[in-house]
Design a protein around this ligand. Structure first.
Ligand SMILES: NC(=O)c1ccc[n+]([C@@H]2O[C@H](COP(=O)([O-])OP(=O)(O)OC[C@H]3O[C@@H](n4cnc5c(N)ncnc54)[C@H](O)[C@@H]3O)[C@@H](O)[C@H]2O)c1
Length: 259
């Protein structure tokens, strides 16, 4: 296989949840740039439409969808519409995710705990389950879960996010478990742990210079990441280049976890 074939996604059908957000847009563009057609799913249909327009501008087909990943019926419909759109489902990025108002656990509102777990963990479960039904039949697939460095470490030195860190830690170990369960069936399940990327995450935290300074200071490269800097890892994990990887979390964090 030539170098370009290794990273080529021509003819593949990729589904991105949370496609209208900062990383979701970059993941969708990356899939399109590598040759895939893209289902752009988001709770916010207008944002999904904008990402789909970016995919079309790159010369690929796009299907914008409204899908709330906490709703099993909507997730089933997303997969059914994907099959109607492309006849297969080769790549799923479980990317939709939310944070919550910072609070130590004894002050955390239980509604925040349940909402964050519903999106960040139950959503991954529902989407993975429906996509895997298709991938098992195909005997192939790339399932990529977007966790966080705060699924591998605590967050409280920057801000206390107990529900968020618990949800992402669960996604990290679910990825390992699914790697074991589905690797033998020809499906690569891996994940990405992003560090600090300038998106709309965290209720505008990245628009706050104090937050940006604080996280830059704990990052070896001394700055936050831009969403486009996620593209290489995304194409790698979605393509044949990562065929011998399974149950692995790729940390893309500018060195934040290195200390
Ligand atoms: N930006 C960072 O620094 C960072 C760091 C670590 C991990 N992450 C993870 O990356 C992923 C993407 O985050 P982002 O930074 O692009 O944030 P973002 O807020 O820009 O995008 C998140 C997207 O998810 C969508 N969404 C929210 N709830 C949903 C639901 N129930 N169903 C479907 N879509 C829903 C939102 O509408 C939004 O478009 C998340 O899982 C996040 O936890 C981000």
């Amino acid at each position: 296989m030539s170098l370009s074939e290794l990273f080529d996604l021509s003819g593949r059908i990729a589904v991105i949840t949370g496609a209208g957000g900062g990383l979701g847009r970059a993941l969708s563009e990356a899939m399109a740039e590598a040759g895939a057609d893209v289902v752009c799913a988001d709770l916010d249909l207008e944002a999904a439409n904008q990402t789909a327009a970016a995919v079309l501008a790159l010369g690929r087909r796009a299907l914008p969808l409204r899908c709330d990943v906490t709703q099993q019926r909507q997730v089933k419909a997303m997969v059914a519409e994907t099959l109607a759109f492309g006849g297969r489902l080769d790549i799923l990025f479980n990317n939709a995710g939310i944070s919550h108002r910072p609070a130590p656990l004894h002050k955390l509102r239980s509604a925040d705990w349940h909402r964050v777990l519903a999106v960040n963990l139950n959503g991954v479960y529902y989407c993975a389950r429906e996509a895997l039904k298709v991938m098992v039949k195909q005997g192939s697939g790339k399932l990529i879960n977007i966790a966080s460095i705060w699924g591998m470490s605590g967050s409280a030195r920057i801000k206390p996010l107990p529900a968020y860190t618990a949800s992402k830690g669960a996604v990290v170990n679910l990825t390992r478990e699914l790697g074991l369960e589905y690797g033998p069936l020809g499906i690569n399940v891996n994940g990405i742990c992003p560090g600090f990327f300038a998106t709309g995450m965290g209720n505008g935290a990245f628009a706050n210079p104090d937050f940006v300074s604080a996280v830059s200071a704990v990052t070896a490269l001394g700055r936050v990441g831009q969403p486009r800097e996620m593209k290489g890892a995304a194409i790698f994990l979605a393509s044949a280049a990562s065929d011998y990887m399974c149950g692995h979390m790729l940390v893309i964090d500018g060195g934040a976890l290195a200390h």
